[in-house]
Design a protein. Structure first.
Length: 743
């Protein structure tokens, strides 16, 4: 939503304005040469991507092709909210384009996924380019800033698309925030800033949007303090910023908050999984913080512990020049503060201020990976690089360039001598990561280029272009450096597990359905259910419905109430199973005994006191789970009788329909989890949903023939969608409104 160019602009000028973004696109595509220009590498060969993200996208794409918006996922954990999980990215509109693209072999195309991955990085680069241009930076400097944000640092070294989709919007948040603070249509631009911050929450993960929200809030608070006598002029824009953030994020954030209160989450603590009302232990925050020793990784590629702080010698030099020559510029000071705060926050274990925020600020404790705040550090670096490049192009700074050249030459010489000494002391062998030599090479090369610029009579673009090329070489030794090649067999075994199960999936589809299976985590480690559209009792996920997880689903009687008919593995997952199929890869299907129907009726219910009482009833052989149920709710009165008939049943994604004939009043139990948002209609009249066995959906009906319809329509989704749409339309109206003036 960049401002439209002035009507008086010449057509040639308008065409030139597209040249730099097009150049940026070419550079991003070229940087992705391993993935886009060859077929030898893959970015999906990691467990989280192959086992979790790709099956999520496959499930969503299948439903989009069937013109269904899948709020619910029936294929994992006996059913759970898909939109509430956040990470599948269902609420992110740009994902809908990916989901709508044609399939290859019945599955989402890896080629399209790769171009999708590149597009995320390009949007990041383009948005940062726009920010730099809006701050008055030249085209070359802005291109460099865009490349830094989109290809280097946090975004260049992060694989998870659900995290990246929230991260790319940071430049637009600050573009309009800075405009508002400069007094340029402050209310409109504050609203647009909040809109884009809200959109970042739609991306599919809370981590970066939370940190981005903290940074933007910090800038607002600092600006309010600085304004002092002019505080009133910022109060209304700040209020609009908050309002639009809340509204724009609602489509994803409200369902996620609703789901979180009914789910358990794995965070990496010894008490996993934990509930929403349990604080993420600070030991987890310390575990995923940046160790101070990795500050050396700012200059040395590869010296990190998962989250890289790498910036490179070119970027660091330009940032020093930017701060030295542009400190009086308010945006430079603010970006410097944001970047420094991000770096310190990332070192949570060694930063007492992080502990204070963790203790006092809501939601901070939910962000279990403080090292990811390096995103703010790298964002600030990217914009400051543009300021540094513009300063370098000014002839008035030739003396500064000459001094920096001398400093870099000395730095490179000292590091080279140290490395040579270590090399000789170890018998002319190098035992560490040899990319440290890239830092030395870059320092020598940049020293020479700066020296040449210090002697320039005319400020040309030849040497700055070489500096850009040198920077790209540096970040190329970090981002995408470790992509596995297809000939590295040991690193290309993850995606193959998805294809190796096709024979088993085809066999299961041939069985009378609907069916539910138990998969061996060792033999079928990915989300088999989402990948093939077959119900699975468990899965590879960061969270699960709390009632489901607590009711001992893994026991024999637990598997029975969830109607788990089959098991998949190379050997029986449980000793009481019978092998009925084995494929050419050695993977077998085993049948469970005494499987209860997916839809059944009971005429007895008891109220249990607590979880222990519920588990006792489940495991008590004297309690007939085929004819009786239990719940925390008061038990409905039902007479005893036999002869109920399930006439027909259909199941969609967000709804089900069942026709039954009851001999007397009883409960129809559907072996799928209940959750807030499920609505039951019996013969067109709304009826309460009962938590059968504390977790499944049950509906009490009277004697006779009835049609039971259930629909998943959470108010959090409906209201959230309306709020997000309202924010978008209101922002457009404000943007086009002529009445607000620049102060």
């Amino acid at each position: 939503m960049m401002p439209a160019p002035p009507d008086t602009a010449a057509p040639s000028h308008r065409w030139r304005s597209f040249a730099a973004p097009f150049l940026l696109l070419l550079l991003v595509v070229a940087f992705f040469w391993k993935l886009l220009l060859t077929n030898q590498y893959s970015w999906l060969q990691s467990s989280d991507l192959a086992y979790q993200v790709v099956p999520w996208f496959q499930y969503e794409a299948v439903q989009f092709h069937q013109h269904v918006f899948p709020l619910w996922d029936p294929f994992q954990f006996a059913g759970q909210s898909l939109i509430g999980q956040d990470q599948p990215g269902l609420a992110y509109p740009l994902n809908w384009i990916l989901f709508a693209l044609p399939f290859r072999g019945g599955h989402i195309s890896y080629v399209y996924l790769t171009w999708y991955y590149m597009a995320i990085h390009y949007f990041a680069a383009l948005f940062c380019y726009w920010l730099c241009r809006d701050l008055g930076r030249g085209q070359l400097a802005s291109v460099l800033g865009g490349l830094s944000f989109g290809l280097g640092g946090y975004i260049g070294n992060t694989d998870w698309p659900q995290i990246l989709n929230g991260a790319v919007w940071g430049p637009l948040v600050f573009l309009f925030l800075f405009r508002a603070l400069r007094g340029v249509r402050p209310q409109t631009n504050a609203a647009l800033s909040g809109l884009f911050l809200g959109i970042s929450w739609l991306g599919g993960h809370h981590l970066v949007p939370l940190f981005l929200s903290l940074a933007a809030t910090g800038v607002w608070l600092y600006s309010l303090y600085e304004a002092r006598g002019g505080v009133r002029t910022l109060i209304r824009p700040a209020g609009l910023f908050v309002t639009f953030t809340v509204l724009a994020s609602a489509f994803q954030l409200w369902p996620a908050l609703a789901y979180a209160r009914t789910a358990l989450r794995w965070v990496g603590s010894r008490n996993d999984p934990i509930a929403w009302n349990q604080t993420v232990p600070y030991t987890v925050q310390q575990q995923f913080s940046l160790s101070p020793r990795y500050l050396l990784g700012i200059l040395v590629p590869g010296f990190d512990d998962g989250t890289t702080p790498y910036v490179g010698i070119v970027a660091l030099t330009l940032v020093i020049l930017a701060v030295a020559r542009n400190w009086k510029t308010n945006e430079v000071r603010l970006l410097f503060g944001v970047g420094l705060a991000g770096l310190l926050f990332a070192m949570a274990k060694n930063d007492v201020f992080h502990g204070i925020l963790y203790s006092l600020v809501p939601m901070v404790e939910k962000a279990r990976e403080p090292a990811s705040v390096l995103y703010l550090f790298h964002f600030a670096i990217a914009v400051l690089i543009a300021f540094g490049m513009d300063s370098l192009l000014q002839l008035a700074n030739r003396d500064m360039a000459k001094r920096l050249s001398s400093i870099l030459l000395g730095f490179a010489a000292v590091i080279f001598i140290i490395m040579l000494g270590v090399f000789l002391a170890n018998g002319q062998t190098w035992r560490g990561d040899d990319r440290v030599m890239i830092t030395v090479f870059a320092a020598f090369a940049l020293s020479g280029l700066l020296f040449r610029m210090s002697r320039a009579v005319v400020a040309g673009y030849g040497i700055p272009a070489l500096i850009v090329a040198l920077y790209i070489l540096e970040i190329g030794n970090s981002a995408f450096f470790y992509l596995p090649h297809k000939e590295e067999a040991s690193r290309n075994v993850i995606l193959s597990k998805l294809d190796d199960t096709k024979q088993v999936a085809d066999f299961l589809r041939s069985q009378p359905g609907p069916i539910r299976v138990w998969t061996s985590g060792e033999d079928v480690p990915f989300n088999f259910g989402d990948w093939y559209g077959i119900d699975v009792l468990f899965g590879y996920a960061p969270s699960a419905p709390a009632d489901f997880y607590r009711i001992e689903y893994h026991t024999l009687r637990g598997r029975q109430i969830f109607s788990t008919a089959y098991g998949i593995g190379r050997k029986p997952p449980f000793p009481d199973q019978k092998e009925i199929f084995r494929d050419s890869n050695g993977l077998a299907v085993f049948q469970n005994p005494d499987v209860m129907p997916r839809i059944r009726t009971v005429h007895s219910a008891v109220q249990v006191r607590d979880l222990n009482d519920a588990r006792r009833h489940l495991q008590d052989p004297g309690f007939n789970i085929a004819k009786s149920t239990f719940s925390y709710a008061p038990a409905p009165a039902m007479p005893q009788c036999d002869g109920d008939t399930i006439e027909k049943s259909t199941r969609g994604i967000n709804q089900t329909s069942t026709t039954v004939t009851m001999k007397c009043r009883g409960m129809v139990v559907m072996s799928e989890n209940n959750a807030p948002g499920w609505i039951a209609m019996v013969d067109g009249r709304e009826t309460p949903v009962y938590d059968a066995y504390t977790t499944l959906r049950g509906v009490v009906v009277d004697a006779g023939r009835h049609t039971i319809e259930m629909r998943y329509r959470p108010m959090s989704v409906t209201a959230g969608a309306a709020a997000t749409l309202l924010a978008l339309l209101s922002a457009i109206a404000l943007w086009r409104a002529p009445f607000e003036r620049t102060k």
